[in-house]
Write a protein that binds this ligand. Structure first.
Ligand code: 13P
Ligand code: SF4
Length: 365
């Protein structure tokens, strides 16, 4: 019975499956018109074109967190992004607002690489080794429970747009940072603000051990051994190949890419920075981009006076972001007009309160 219920929860109703794309487009438009300001639909840059065309606001993780915090009017927030983003919207929303994620399978493999139990174990072991010298920081690409852990332990959240500022803030509070869950963003940002690689250790949550050779006293940055499976696919071989094929190329990558790729690129930055850099670049320039494919393809289609392509020609989109498609979006909107919103994201109260503290420390800066 449970298996059947779970299957039904993810299976599109037949009447939606039978609609053409044009009919779905029209129906989405109709429902949006009907709901007016009762509905707000934020969309992350990585979303498919068929979905992002309907977004009321598009942005990177930081912008979307701010947008979610600012909108106090909409009764329904249909989040076109992944699970942690919808959770963030719920944490920042008011009691009268309901957050929906069109497909509950739209998770994030990186966020899943740190669970609360693992983090509590790491904290305990590390405190025994290093005393009360650490502050936890988590990338927003993490579960609400991890954000709550950071809130409870004087830490905060960050995004790829404000990572530098947040690390600088954290180092003013404590000697060491426990950085969750993306080792690459942590390493790239710490290096950028002057922390040498020799002062960075890696916490392996599977074996519960600290990977570091040297005197522990020198460690300032403890990187959780997590990564983004999309951004890790950009390699030095891609960089070398592109530079060989296009000697005039500009390589721009997201800081979720590995350290060597970020160092070898010409520029690194959040999705927002990538977009603005390419939009403001002179006509005729060539750009190899190291980030998710939906965004790269959109830039290639929009910036027609420039040559834009993926740094890895065999790249595929973020599969979980892609779970949000037009049929699921329509299904979600229909559930609202039918009076029984489904795939509602509701963070438990205590977690919400602590996670809010962590997010608020970031948003106030
Ligand atoms: P930003 O939107 O912060 O650049 O993050 C990219 C990302 O991977 C979101 O999942
Ligand atoms: Fe997660 Fe990476 Fe997909 Fe972003 S691109 S949602 S970090 S798996």
């Amino acid at each position: 019975m449970k298996v059947l219920e779970s299957f039904q929860a993810h299976t599109l109703p037949e009447h939606i499956r039978l609609l053409s794309e044009k009919q779905m487009d029209e129906r989405v438009r109709e429902i949006k018109g009907e709901l007016g300001s009762r509905l707000f639909m934020p969309g992350h840059y990585y979303q498919k074109d068929e979905v992002i065309q309907f977004a009321d606001d598009t942005g990177d993780s930081l912008q979307l967190a701010k947008t979610a915090a600012a909108n106090k009017e909409a009764e329904y927030i249909v989040f076109c992004g992944v699970h942690f983003m919808a959770e963030t919207a719920d944490i920042l929303s008011e009691e009268h607002q309901t957050v929906l994620l069109p497909d509950l399978r739209a998770g994030c493999s990186m966020a899943d690489m740190a669970d609360l139990k693992q983090v509590e174990t790491a904290w305990e072991v590390l405190q025994k080794k290093l005393g009360d010298t650490m502050i936890p920081l988590t990338y927003v690409n993490s579960t609400a429970a991890i954000k709550a852990f950071c809130g409870e332990h004087e830490g905060a959240t960050l995004t790829s747009s404000n990572a530098r500022d947040m690390l600088t803030w954290a180092f003013a509070q404590k000697e060491r940072i426990l950085f969750l869950p993306d080792q690459h963003l942590g390493r790239n940002t710490a290096y950028e603000i002057g922390v040498p690689l020799e002062e960075m250790a890696v916490w392996d949550p599977v074996n519960n051990e600290l990977e570091y050779e040297g005197d522990l006293e020198n460690v300032r940055m403890i990187l959780w051994k997590g990564h983004c499976s999309v951004h890790e696919k950009f390699t030095m071989a891609n960089v070398d190949h592109v530079r060989q094929e296009h000697p005039d190329v500009n390589i721009i990558v997201h800081p979720e890419c590995t350290f060597d790729v970020v160092q070898a690129a010409d520029t690194a930055g959040s999705t927002n920075k990538i977009i603005h850099t390419i939009q403001n670049a002179p006509s005729g320039t060539t750009w190899a981009v190291g980030t998710e494919m939906n965004l790269v393809n959109r830039l290639a289609n929009e910036e027609t006076d420039k040559t834009v392509f993926s740094l890895n020609p065999n790249m595929c989109p973020c599969l979980t972001m892609n779970r949000i498609d037009l049929p699921h979006l329509l299904w979600s909107l229909e559930s609202i007009v039918d009076g029984s919103p489904h795939h509602v994201i509701k963070v438990e109260e205590e977690t919400k309160r602590q996670a809010y503290t962590a997010l608020d420390r970031m948003l106030k800066r």
